[in-house]
Design a protein around this ligand. Structure first.
Ligand code: PLP
Length: 374
């Protein structure tokens, strides 16, 4: 049985070049970057070259990149420090953020009593910018935290537009860019934004490594204490092989961006066409022109199919998702779709299908055949 992986918003396969790079670093460059001898200096040089290489893609300085263990850690750190150290009293966010943001904010609310305001979400999953502007007309020290590309529906936030609005109202702006880094151009010279975050395993790099972009002179303080790594902002011996792998993955993502984006975009359109032929009542959850590698669809199946659909597809070797990864396999409705769909539609089966350049039309044909047999 051919296995089909269409769950690339959860995680991605590691590129061969990345595995080669990491193997080389693990084999030959095992020094601790904090050591002053040649082994340490060698590891330090790999670290700093990786930082420089990553920074270049976003037109920022290498010092503005802080390595972390994942996207979740980067989000936690930024949000916690803006409240604890920058004395932000109010955070404007949305109910469709990833739990790495939503749960962090709830914990900050109970610890520091910050005010959280949720900006309205339109039925197509887009953020209501008019509502955001209305919310911004308060005097309190505020941070806006809105994700770039939604991991469940692929709806896109116009970072530049929101950045300009935040600047106009003199508030800080953080965006969870985990789903867009490596998959679209992000020019941080042009976008007025204070903080973004990344996770290597979403762009064909290794798991367990990510980074935060923190604009110069941000005033953020660490949440971990220990060594002086990462300019004292993130203690702990750096995972040199992971970081080198992440830099290599990002390099290849941007080298191949044009061709891979066009290829994936065509695959997604092919899937939409096939779904519309086989299941004419299918509905796209989110905007029709959502991000090119994510498609979330409401299938015209009866409610009783909802619980077993993933299992059924899995039996046929097909991996897709019902919501974000941490919810896959549970029948709890997605908190993102809950903001967009009627209670009636929420009970019906929705699927998130997410692509990479490793997918083929054959994968899609197999998915369609499997869905027809349900
Ligand atoms: N933010 C978004 C939008 C995500 O999709 C994910 C991963 O599912 C995360 C954050 C968490 O990233 P990590 O797995 O690196 O902790």
């Amino acid at each position: 049985m051919k296995k089909v992986y269409l769950d690339n918003a959860s995680t991605t396969a590691i590129r061969t070049e990345v595995i080669q790079e990491m193997t080389k670093v693990m084999t030959e460059d095992f020094g601790n970057p904090s050591s002053t001898h040649s082994f340490g200096r060698n590891a330090k040089s790999i670290l700093e070259l990786s930082r420089k290489s990553i920074a270049k893609h976003f037109k920022i300085t290498a010092q503005e990149i802080i390595f972390t263990s994942c996207g979740t850690e980067a989000n936690n750190w930024i949000l916690r420090s803006v409240v604890k150290d920058l004395k932000v009293k109010r955070i404007i966010t949305s109910k469709i953020e990833h739990h790495a943001v939503l749960y962090t904010l709830l914990s900050l609310q109970s610890e520091y009593g910050i005010q959280i305001d949720y900006v309205a979400v339109k039925p197509n999953g887009e953020i209501d910018i008019t509502d955001l502007v209305q919310l911004l007309s308060q005097e309190t020290k505020t941070l806006v935290s809105l994700m770039h590309v939604n991991n469940e529906t692929g709806t896109i936030l116009d970072l530049e537009r929101v950045g300009r609005i935040c600047k106009q109202y003199n508030v800080l702006f953080h965006s969870d860019t985990v789903q867009s880094i490596g998959k679209t151009e992000i020019d941080l010279q042009a976008i007025p934004i204070d903080f973004i975050v990344a996770s290597a395993h979403k762009f064909h790099g290794p798991k367990g490594v990510g980074f935060a972009f923190v604009r110069k002179n941000s005033g953020l303080q660490p949440i971990f204490y220990g060594g002086e790594q990462e300019k004292g902002l993130r203690a702990g011996t750096e995972a040199v092989h992971q970081i080198a792998g992440m830099a290599k993955a990002l390099e290849h993502s941007y080298i191949n961006l044009e061709t891979e984006r066009t290829y994936i975009f065509e695959l997604k359109n092919y899937l939409i066409t096939q779904l519309e032929i086989e299941f004419p009542a299918v509905v796209i959850n989110g905007t029709v022109d959502g991000f090119y590698n994510i498609l979330n669809v409401l299938l015209p199946f009866s409610e009783d199919k909802t619980a077993m659909i993933l299992f059924h597809l899995d039996m046929k070797g097909i991996a897709v998702s019902r919501g974000s990864a941490c919810q896959s396999g549970t029948i709890k409705p997605s908190h993102v779709l809950a903001e967009m769909l009627s209670n009636e539609d929420l009970k019906k089966p929705s699927l998130r299908i997410s692509f990479s350049h490793y997918n083929t039309k054959e994968d899609i044909d197999l998915l369609i055949e499997a869905l027809k047999s349900i």
